[in-house]
Design a protein around this ligand. Structure first.
Ligand SMILES: Nc1nc2c(ncn2[C@@H]2O[C@H](COP(=O)(O)OP(=O)(O)O)[C@@H](O)[C@H]2O)c(=O)[nH]1
Ligand SMILES: [Mg+2]
Length: 206
């Protein structure tokens, strides 16, 4: 196993979309129905192994409130990854991702990996943001796209696996398992994408 690769992740999105809940589920495998609002920001770390490689994810949870927005750059500074989280039942929260993206392009680090995350997928019956709309936006900014439910623990491990695949594809030379060909990794990524597309079929016209 390699020395863990340190990856800083900044979690951004409107208040109430479930940023803290996603983190709590990933780190403690718990869910709070009444998650207290995040003040300012906080980070948590987790070691994660995938395909014989070790990662140490340092995740910065930010407060979505307007009053904290001017501080956000302190948290995405030097990040490798930005999670742009929206709530699938809240169109406004999806619209705000465009502003976050514009800010990151203007002030954020170069070569950020973006993940567009539609949380609360368990509330499918109240959906306001069609999956294909969100996927189209994600494609347009060259971001990964994932649907998650912190409540039901859906899609979160997949999200981090997908991120690891992305990191490995981006930097295969440093991979200890480089002998397992790059083609194999790319095809795994492709298969995961296809699985998502199939799941969405029937709901979206794309
Ligand atoms: N149904 C459902 N509720 C969620 C989910 N994730 C978070 N919540 C709830 O949404 C509210 C806001 O969550 P929180 O994590 O504080 O959002 P944040 O402001 O983005 O950090 C809380 O009441 C959570 O219990 C989810 O996946 N499904
Ligand atoms: Mg929070």
């Amino acid at each position: 196993m390699n020395k863990p690769q340190h990856i800083k992740i900044c979690i951004l999105g409107s208040s109430g979309v479930g940023k803290t809940s996603l983190l709590r589920r990933f780190i403690q495998d718990e869910f709070e129905f009444h998650e207290p609002p995040t003040l300012g920001s906080a980070f948590q770390e987790k070691f994660f192994n995938y395909q014989e490689r070790a990662y140490k994810f340092q995740m910065w949870d930010t407060a979505g409130q307007e009053k904290y927005a001017p501080l956000a750059h302190l948290y995405y500074r030097e990040a490798e990854v930005a999670f742009l989280v929206y709530d699938i039942t809240n169109q406004e929260s999806f619209n705000s991702l465009k502003n976050w993206y514009a800010e990151l392009i203007e002030k954020g680090p170069r070569n950020l990996i973006y993940c567009v995350i539609g949380n609360k997928s368990d509330l499918d019956d109240q959906i306001e943001v069609e999956n294909c709309t969100a996927r189209t936006f994600a494609n347009s900014i060259h971001a990964m796209f994932c649907l998650t439910s912190a409540k039901e623990n859906i899609g979160i491990t997949d999200l981090f696996r997908k991120l690891c695949l992305h990191l490995q594809n981006q930097n295969p030379e440093s991979s200890s398992s480089f002998s397992k060909s790059r083609v194999k990794r790319s095809s795994t990524l492709y298969i995961e994408e296809e699985k998502h597309k199939r799941k969405d079929k029937g709901k979206c016209p794309c």
